[in-house]
Design a protein around this ligand. Sequence first.
Ligand code: ZN
Length: 399
Amino acid sequence: MTLTNAHLAELLALAAEDAEGHRLKALRRASRLAFLWPLEAADLLAAGRSLTDLAGIGPWLARVLRAWFEDPPYIPDPPALRRDFLTLAEARRILAQAPDTYGGLRGDLQMHSDWSDGSGTILEMAAAGVEHGYGYVGITDHSKGLKIAGGIDEAELREQEREVERVNRELSERGLGLRVLRSLEMNLSPEGASDMEPAALARLDLVLGSFHSQLRKTDDQTGRYLAALRNPDIQVLGHPRGRVYDFRLGLSADWRRVFGTAAELDKAVEIDAFPDRQDLNVELLDAAREAEVRISIGTDAHHPWQLGHVDLGLAAAVRAGIPRDRILNFMEADELVAWAERVRSRGRERRITAAGSGDGTDLREGMGDSAGQAKEAKGKRRGRKPRKAGQGNGGGGGI
Ligand SMILES: [Zn+2]
């Protein structure tokens, strides 16, 4: 048996369970970084190169890996916390086999700039998009409810809009065909509610809504997802499960119902391609394909180089057989913005209907679920602190 990077990641994670001190740290770090190695370690060895060429591998770990290659140990199925994550090497193999079907991605729909917890300016993130040959990138900084990630309020969002306009002018003056979309990763309350004024959100090209709190609940969370999808302010549900590699399992729900509702409302669910998120994962994407729900792919990049993570998201879509026409990122910018506007105006109508005629059964159902959750949450500690930026793969945000 040839050991793949996925096998090595699992062996490293298992070895970390028995290690201490700096070795524990090195093993954990390497286990995460193995997902980002662009080549299979086995191919590197076969080519006579040193394993220390791989990120996170020093002389000691190179010896450990070589011993595994010489005498492959038994590798049990990964625990749920580490299951169904693609490695970059694997993702690139998958994509190499489907170049015609999935070539020509037009944009990346989740990334953070230095307006919240990203390291790059909007221009730098846009330049990374140009390098990828994109027609657009969505700048989705955090909203004000997520203070730990430097979330921005309505006034800052308005200021950011002016910077986006400046950057777009500069890009077009330089003859670069990339457009920065005004977007936001809005923090949803566990009840699916917005933390920003609807009027501020209505000015944006696209709004993602994501949960960042109470992500360790183990009971069924279908109610909060339905409420979030029925929230008229959002068009895309970001990193739906909230899982993080070897750290948090994420939420569970009746996903068929969630995806069915999203499809009915013509909203999209996201593949967050951040290596230790990969959320939605392939298994849930199978259900998403059956529901014919729209899919949005975002790298959740917090640094310009992290736009390269897109292969993980795209490969997951390929593996689950998501048709190209269900993926937002294959739309032209104008088409995408027009879709978001259509979804938004449908939501507005629903809001008016619900308020005016008292016939807002759908809305009330969602809110009923939320009210139950709010009661449940009362008196308990609210949420967990999100992980610190830089704790993930190669210093990624991960919030
Ligand atoms: Zn997020």
